[in-house]
Design a protein around this ligand. Structure first.
Ligand SMILES: [Zn+2]
Length: 191
């Protein structure tokens, strides 16, 4: 049979006599997280029910054993043995019998293993190489690129620029190259 005692501030202590061992579990819970730590002491079997006291220097728990009472002091997360006498004027705390402390019987949570995402490495096979983002593929002299919006826009731009600068002879109307000085059809001098 285990005993539980509320220490206030979200902290609870559980005491259990397992064989000849006294198992002390400190459990603290705050919104979003729960912590617990167990400490075992070789004490022998209990001679009665443990009692908890609120003293000026912390929580003291009296454990009745066959060869006399023993006292454990809890200060924060530290547990240590103390001499009797500290509880003479102390205020007893309510110690409840608990079936099996739910918290204490819970296996400690395993922290989630962070997923390892390797960035995609450029792939090379023979004379073929491939890159991601932008998608790029090379095979010998052949090159293929995808997903590069900038590159695509550039191509369109160049095409339209060529379209705009297309010139015509103002004499005969035949098309001439932008850098032609004379019309190849009629020989007209181009401005
Ligand atoms: Zn012409």
């Amino acid at each position: 049979m285990a005993y539980g005692c509320d220490l206030g501030g979200g902290q609870r202590v559980y005491l259990d006599n397992q064989g000849s061992q006294t198992l002390i579990t400190l459990a603290s819970s705050s919104p979003g997280q729960q912590q617990q730590a167990s400490t075992g002491f070789q004490t022998g079997r209990w001679n009665g029910s443990p009692q908890a006291f609120q003293t000026a220097s912390g929580i003291v728990i009296k454990i009745p054993l066959a060869d006399g009472d023993r006292f454990i002091q809890i200060q924060g997360n530290r547990i240590h043995w103390v001499n009797a006498g500290t509880v003479e004027t102390a205020q007893p705390l309510v110690m409840q019998q608990v079936e099996m402390p739910e918290l204490a019987s819970m296996p400690p949570m395993q922290p989630m293993q962070p997923m390892e995402m390797q960035p995609m490495k450029p792939m090379t096979m023979g004379n073929m190489s491939m890159n991601m983002n932008p998608m790029e593929m090379r095979m010998g002299d052949m090159e293929m690129r995808m997903g590069s919006a900038a590159a695509a826009n550039q191509t369109t731009h160049q095409a339209s620029a060529q379209q705009d600068s297309k010139r015509f002879c103002n004499q005969c109307g035949s098309s001439v190259k932008p850098d032609d000085r004379f019309c190849s059809n009629c020989g007209n001098r181009l401005g």
